[in-house]
Structures are given as structure tokens and as C-alpha cells.
Write a protein that binds this ligand. Structure first.
Ligand code: SF4
Length: 323
């Protein structure tokens, strides 16, 4: 299967992103994968302050590579370096009814959420971003797109756009499928959703000491004052991490409920386990950083490979439109 997936450049990644990347790792073993940095999508919300997008791109791609996304197996590139996406988006915009975009459920939600943060995204570009996504996918004739459930309406829109093009002009595009993956929902150290903007994240490349410090700051069961107080793991963030990463979570649960383990020891154990997960990522990241120019090289090669496919699709599109 040809698979396409992207991420907006947000800089260094955190533990919450690891599960998404682990899914990419599985996909790259058996499919032809295109992974891209969605920097034009970042512009839709960061248009007033785009200065960091480029640096964030390099930082994020470095983390992809450190996790094991392999440029020998997958095509890794930056969206804005393949302008064919923009031409296809423009062509799609000519025949896509406005109502298709206005009814995408995330649209109004996002406009409202970002307005609360003082950002006005009632722009032409933001309304059209699911259509740009459709162009991102269809320019590679991708058949599968890994998504979360909230993104399924975007895939449906993409399929409708493909159908409409094929019906109006010529059968050029496949109708891609959304591939639902089980993604671990990792809470931030305060128990809320993990996010850079909440300052509650665990960086993917955190040093062992930093990992221990952040684990110590995690919110636990407030009813446990003394080491032998009976615990309620269901309200504890540390326990949620044990449930995600520790094979012996059942033992932690029993010991906590029986007051046989103290929170300090429980956190110490967790820090060792997460170090086992993140230590190798951090080491590979350091080795990559030492190879000057390597990330640029990967993106340069990826761009050439992506452009070859994108240009061939656009040629078919232009022929179908008699342009
Ligand atoms: S012992 Fe562990 S699971 Fe129980 S409240 Fe303390 S940190 Fe949480």
C-alpha cells in the first residue's frame, strides 16, 4: 500500500508523539510510506509569527529519525519544498463546494478554540486546509492514511474530492482509506492532555536526570499522605504511565491499594522504565546531531523522490483538464 502521513512542525517532540511514530515504524516495514512536514499547514494558524517553522522542521525531523523512521525505507520531505501540492490544491478549490468545507466538524471547533487564545483563523487558508490535506494525499495517489478518529471526516472529504475529479474529468485518483491505529493517550505530568502549550510534556530526548525530575513532579493520589496509606491508582498520573509502559503494572496496582509501596519508590521505578524507552532514542538523536548536515541531506533526497511522484500525478491532472 502507498501510505501518506504528516505532522505540523512543532519543534522537539514529546512522549505523547512516540506512539504515533511507533505506528509509522510498523507501517514503513510493509508499505511504501511518504512522511512529510506539514509546514504550510502550520502557516494556517501561525501566519502572524512564522519565524520558527523552519527551525521546528529540522528539530522534528531529527526526532523522527532518532525514533527509527528510515530514509532508506520511507520518503521524508517538507511539504513547501514540493510546490505541486499547491497547484493541485488550487485545482481542487475550483470544483469543491464551500459547504463541504464548512461542514467539517473540526473547523468551527478550532476557530473557537484558537479565538480563546487570541488567534483569528477565520481565513480563506484555514477554511481550505482539509482541501490542502486532500491534495497532500492525492498528489501521491496514496491509498492509506493513518488517522485518529477525529480526522475521519477529513478522509471522507478527500474521497469525495477524488470522486468528483474522477467523475468530472478522468479517473486519476484512488479513494484513500483512513487507517485507524491504536494510539496511546499519554497524559502530561499534571494529568491533563500532554502539550507543549500546557508546559506539562516529557521531551522525547529528555536526559535521564530530567526524566527523573519530571516524574517526581507527577500528580499522585492526594489521599496518600503516609507511605502505608491505602492508595487509589485510578486517580494517579504515575499509575497511568505504569499502565502504558510497565509490564508489571498489576503488581503496582496491588501494592498501591494495599499501601505497600510509597509514591517516591513508585516514581523511581517509573523513571527507570521510561528511561529504558527513551534512552536509546536520546542516544540516536545525539549521534544524528553529530552528523553535520545529515538532516538537510535526508530532506533533500526525500524532496527529489517525492517530487518525481507528485510531478507525474500533476501531468495526468493537467492532461485530464486539457491544460
Ligand atoms: S504508589 Fe504509585 S500508583 Fe499509588 S498513588 Fe503513589 S505514585 Fe500513584
Amino acid at each position: 500500500m502507498r501510505i501518506l502521513s504528516g505532522m505540523r512542525p512543532t519543534g522537539r517532540l514529546h512522549l505523547g508523539h512516540l506512539s504515533v511514530l511507533e505506528n509509522w515504524l510498523r507501517l514503513q516495514e510493509e508499505n511504501e510510506c511518504f512522511f512529510f512536514v506539514a509546514d504550510w499547514h502550520a502557516f494556517t494558524t501561525e501566519y502572524e509569527n512564522p519565524g520558527q517553522i523552519k527551525d521546528f522542521t529540522y528539530e522534528m525531523v531529527g526526532d523522527w529519525l532518532a525514533v527509527g523512521i528510515d530514509p532508506e525505507k520511507s520518503v521524508i520531505f517538507v511539504q513547501s519544498q514540493v510546490p505541486e501540492h499547491a497547484e493541485l490544491h488550487l485545482i481542487f478549490s475550483m470544483f469543491t463546494p464551500l459547504s463541504w468545507l464548512e461542514r467539517v466538524p473540526t473547523y468551527k471547533d478550532q476557530v473557537r478554540k484558537l479565538a480563546e487564545q487570541g488567534k483569528d483563523i477565520t481565513t480563506y487558508g484555514f477554511l481550505g486546509y482539509p482541501l490542502l490535506q486532500a491534495a497532500d494525499i492525492l498528489i501521491y495517489l496514496a491509498e492509506g492514511v493513518p488517522v485518529g478518529e477525529d480526522q475521519l471526516p477529513h478522509i471522507e472529504l478527500c474521497r469525495e474530492v477524488a470522486r468528483r475529479f474522477n467523475h468530472l474529468y478522468a479517473p486519476v485518483f484512488p479513494e484513500p482509506q483512513g487507517i485507524l491505529a491504536e494510539i496511546k493517550l499519554v497524559p502530561g505530568i499534571d494529568g491533563q492532555k500532554m502539550s507543549k502549550s500546557y508546559h506539562n510534556e516529557i521531551p522525547l530526548t529528555a536526559a535521564a536526570q530530567e526524566l527523573a525530575r519530571l516524574t517526581n513532579m507527577m500528580v499522585t493520589d492526594p489521599a496518600r499522605i503516609h507511605k502505608d496509606d491505602l492508595g487509589h491508582p485510578e486517580v494517579c498520573t504515575v499509575y497511568k504511565y505504569h499502565a502504558l509502559y510497565n509490564n508489571e503494572v498489576a503488581e503496582i496496582e496491588l501494592s498501591c491499594r494495599a499501601g505497600k509501596i510509597g509514591c517516591v519508590a513508585c516514581k523511581k521505578r517509573l523513571a527507570q522504565i521510561t528511561e529504558g524507552v527513551l534512552g536509546p532514542v536520546r542516544e540516536r538523536r545525539a549521534a544524528l546531531t553529530a552528523r553535520k548536515g545529515y538532516i538537510e541531506e535526508v530532506l533533500h533526497t526525500g524532496r527529489a523522490k517525492a517530487q518525481l511522484v507528485a510531478a507525474a500525478t500533476l501531468e495526468k491532472v493537467r492532461a485530464a483538464l486539457n491544460l
